[in-house]
Design a protein around this ligand. Structure first.
Ligand SMILES: NC(=O)c1ccc[n+]([C@@H]2O[C@H](COP(=O)([O-])OP(=O)(O)OC[C@H]3O[C@@H](n4cnc5c(N)ncnc54)[C@H](O)[C@@H]3O)[C@@H](O)[C@H]2O)c1
Length: 321
């Protein structure tokens, strides 16, 4: 099979890293183009990847590629994904797949008529911890509660979107991926502190079988926290996604007499793993590791959370894909 000709769209904060991963897969992919609108970023792209064509519009290279990685601002995703699908190209789009439910509905119809790989960059699924924990999380006795925190001091980035689209989308996708429970309603409260968009949000999801999850996201916190805690009558499990630690307090005692067990797990290069999956899915003609349906579901939960924040009232979640 000939190499997959790939372009990366956007050479910003994350685009640089995607370009590195595309270049690292030269055994299966030919990194042919970087599409970037901003002249200074184009110059930086040229310096880092001298043999790759740098253009300012996707239409200039659309006939020379088989696949594209979208790492542009969220507001551009719908138009770029649609353009690529209309040209029958494989798509790896950073999260969120699109901006809202209305765009997701249009993309769903378009995707249904295409036989290409669509992969979404929900990179938080690739922590090694989930490989050992996912089966036990799905078998937890109910009811249980889940709390996920993803907060950090202000960094001035991604202020074109609110924290629900930028941060909570990771955790809303994780909830669907890790637990068998489906959300019924979403109730969210938030604050606009530094920008005209939500800078802090606390999103509570009522799940099946009396389970409840709360996702707290913020970009004006006093310290950086990224963790997940699950409590049930079987005990408490905390995964510190920053320190790569798993802490367990079971209902009994561990062999050494302690009540809390601490384990560590190795950090992995999530982007590299996502690129590996993308090229393998194209070669083996199978669905992306995180599919467009996963992308639509996450966008729907974001949409519900934003409506709840605006109305200050619970919002019903529609049946997911
Ligand atoms: N998976 C993750 O953990 C993660 C982390 C950070 C960002 N992201 C996502 O990646 C995307 C990009 O984020 P970022 O922080 O790199 O943004 P950024 O603003 O740093 O970079 C975006 C780049 O895209 C360029 N651009 C804009 N419109 C374009 C177009 N139509 N064609 C080509 N280039 C265009 C801009 O000039 C800019 O250089 C966002 O969707 C964000 O949600 C995901």
């Amino acid at each position: 099979m000939s190499k997959i000709r790939v372009a990366v769209l956007g050479y910003g904060h994350l685009g640089k890293w995607h370009c590195q991963k595309a270049a690292a897969h030269s055994d299966v992919a030919e990194f042919v183009a970087i599409v970037e609108k901003f002249p200074a970023a184009q110059a930086a792209a040229k310096a880092a990847h001298p043999s790759v064509r740098i253009v300012s519009d996707l239409s200039e290279v659309i006939d020379q590629i088989d696949a594209a990685v979208i790492v542009t601002p969220t507001s551009t995703h719908f138009e770029l994904v649609s353009f690529l699908l209309n040209h029958n190209k494989h798509v790896f789009c950073e999260k969120p797949l699109c901006s809202n439910d209305a765009e997701a509905l249009k993309l769903r119809d378009l995707a249904a008529s295409k036989e290409v790989v669509i992969q979404v960059g929900h990179s938080e699924r690739f922590h090694q911890a989930w490989e050992s924990l996912r089966a036990s999380l799905q078998a937890l006795p109910t009811p249980f509660t889940v709390k996920i925190n993803r907060v950090a001091p202000f960094k001035g980035r991604a202020t074109d979107v609110d924290v629900v689209q930028d941060l909570a989308i990771h955790d809303l996708d994780l909830l669907l991926y890790l637990f068998k429970q489906r959300p019924k309603t979403i109730t969210a409260r938030g604050f606009k502190i530094r920008t005209s968009k939500w800078d802090h949000a606390s999103i509570t999801l009522s799940l099946e079988e009396d389970c409840e999850a709360t996702v707290t996201v913020g970009r004006n916190a006093t310290k950086e926290v990224r963790d997940l805690e699950v409590v049930s009558k079987a005990g408490t499990l905390t995964v510190d996604l920053f320190a790569n630690k798993i802490l367990t307090a079971s209902a009994g005692t561990f062999e050494d007499g302690s009540f809390v067990r601490e384990e560590t797990y190795p950090k992995r290069d999530h982007l590299l793993i996502e690129h590996e999956h993308f090229y393998r899915s194209i070669r083996e003609r199978r669905p992306g590791v995180v599919t467009h349906r996963d992308g639509f579901n996450a966008v729907h939960l974001v949409d519900c959370a934003l409506r709840s924040l605006d109305r200050m009232a619970p919002v019903a979640v529609k049946p997911l894909e």
